[in-house]
Write a protein that binds this ligand. Sequence first.
Ligand SMILES: NC(=O)c1ccc[n+]([C@@H]2O[C@H](COP(=O)([O-])OP(=O)(O)OC[C@H]3O[C@@H](n4cnc5c(N)ncnc54)[C@H](OP(=O)(O)O)[C@@H]3O)[C@@H](O)[C@H]2O)c1
Length: 170
Amino acid sequence: MIAAIGAVAANGMLGLDGWLPWDIPDELAYFERTVAGAALVIGRLTYESMDVVPPDSFIVTHRTGAPLRPGCTACASVEAALRGAMATGKDVFVIGGASVYAAAWPYCQRFYLTRIERDFDGDMLFPADIPLDQWRIVSDVRGTYRERKTGSDVVCRFLQYEQASPRPLL
Ligand SMILES: NC(=O)c1ccc[n+]([C@@H]2O[C@H](COP(=O)([O-])OP(=O)(O)OC[C@H]3O[C@@H](n4cnc5c(N)ncnc54)[C@H](OP(=O)(O)O)[C@@H]3O)[C@@H](O)[C@H]2O)c1
């Protein structure tokens, strides 16, 4: 199954200065648990922001021949990255950033989206044209967690959306 996973603030923000606008260890732990053992599809900027990139990661980039970390493969399109990830036989997760979500969502059966119920300053918005409001919600779990930049608690809503008829990957 191809799935996407991400988190978004109440005002639609997804990123700030090449990283996340918030610091919520429990949300990050949820992300890590969910994608553990999967093949990942990652935009080049998000890849560069990551300290650790697991094996079977497929990096979407127009740059050919750029050195990547072990276990990573450069792919010239989102579709090529999805094909590479599918060929591993593992579950496939698209982990962003915004440009990769925008291109990959038609192929995704599930979107794991954490809605952080507070506005955050940012410079990258979650793509507005992903029609999640037309997808079925199959899981919806709330929790309250410490956000370390502000030192206050935030509510996180861990949603799973399911798309009825994802586009086949040819
Ligand atoms: N909140 C979350 O869950 C979450 C998750 C992930 C990322 N983020 C945040 O999102 C921000 C980054 O998002 P972004 O959209 O700027 O960057 P991105 O999607 O991570 O990477 C963009 C790069 O990917 C490559 N690319 C994208 N589409 C392509 C295509 N169709 N064909 C070939 N290459 C393609 C290009 O690389 P080249 O320039 O090498 O050609 C492009 O510059 C950061 O702030 C990050 O922290 C947030």
